[in-house]
Design a binder for this molecule. Sequence first.
Ligand code: HSE
Length: 429
Amino acid sequence: MREIGIGLIGCGIVGSGTAALLTDNADLIASRVGAKLVVRRIAVRDLSKIREVSIPAELFTTNVDDVISDPDIDIIAELVGGVDPAKAWIEAAFAAKKQVVTANKELMAKHGHALVQIAQENKLDFYAEGSVAGGIPIIAAMGESLAANRIQAVMGIVNGTTNFILSKMADEGASFDDVLREAQALGYAEADPTADVDAHDARYKIAILASIGFGTPVDESSVISEGIRTITARDIAVAKDLDHVIKLVAVAEQWEDQGTMHVRVHPALLHKDHPLASVNGAYNAVLVRGDGVGDTMFYGRGAGSLPTGSAVVGDLIAVSRNLVSGSTGRVHRPANANLRMLPRELVKSKFYVRMTAKDLPKVLSQVSNVFGDFDVSIESVIQRANNKDEAEIVLITHKCLEESFRGAVDVAERLPVVTGVHNWIRVEA
Ligand code: HSE
């Protein structure tokens, strides 16, 4: 049977899951491809590190060039992450006419378009399923299975760490700081949690999905990204009273008739019946709306060795099949829609705002007048006296411009009767 040579760059969490699946399911994979996928070299930083997967020692090298220039390697899987030096390695792999698979979200979000161009010009395959939502096959679904559709919107929970934290805060009524510390101790959150809790990771992922879905390169730095540090146990409890949950959502919408799109990541209240509301713990899910198919939803593990390895090996299989049939470079990913990113001031959302005010006559009307002055219409109000001659007021607005909403909040905060505006959060319908 024909052999297809695989080279891995990186053998950490994703690399070892990839190697384990290639080894454990070798016969099954060979029968599905009509060729054996054989790992020939693995480049790592540290040869002495103990790996969770048993791989013959002679496959390892610390020289990436041993992988890129090996004539017996057909496909290179870059599983290191980050832009430098991964980008240069992938460019070198293309120059050596290798097919490439990656799980690198930062690289795909920042340079995916340019790398896809190089691959297409050279009729090479370049697959990146593992870069978004781990084991969930969302890129293949959007790029191939749903290719008949205009993708109108994508909305997802694409960061497991923050979903784990928010789910635990909701279950235990605990604070963000306490749950983060616990998650770090259990290894669910990184020692430096910035990429996850400040939503950079989710921003990269939604930028990739929006570029694929909308056929427009999305500048990830123009994607609004707000993390979850400001979410309190009180917000989660109030949201629950209103039949909502709070999730970190990544949203991309397009309005093709106007030539615009909007891409953002932020915490949001979701009604408990929203399909994403019941996605809990470290799980991810992505909703895709196409003009033919309507709403579809994909759910699964968004991280981890074997789930992400499953995505990487799925890509290696797809590329191997193309090699067997002589059809590499077959998936065309045009990026010619040229949609403009709508500035945040022009995006309309519903908002939740939680404040406290003195418990006196006419307080509610003063507050609601301020919102009315900014043309912000209020959908619902809950006011409860607490025990300090104070009332907690929670407003949910109708859809309005963010600029108007924030203007109203600024003025409301300065009303003498208002003792504090504690938080505001978007509400997704
Ligand atoms: N850190 C990510 C998460 C997984 O928590 O979902 C890798 O993208």
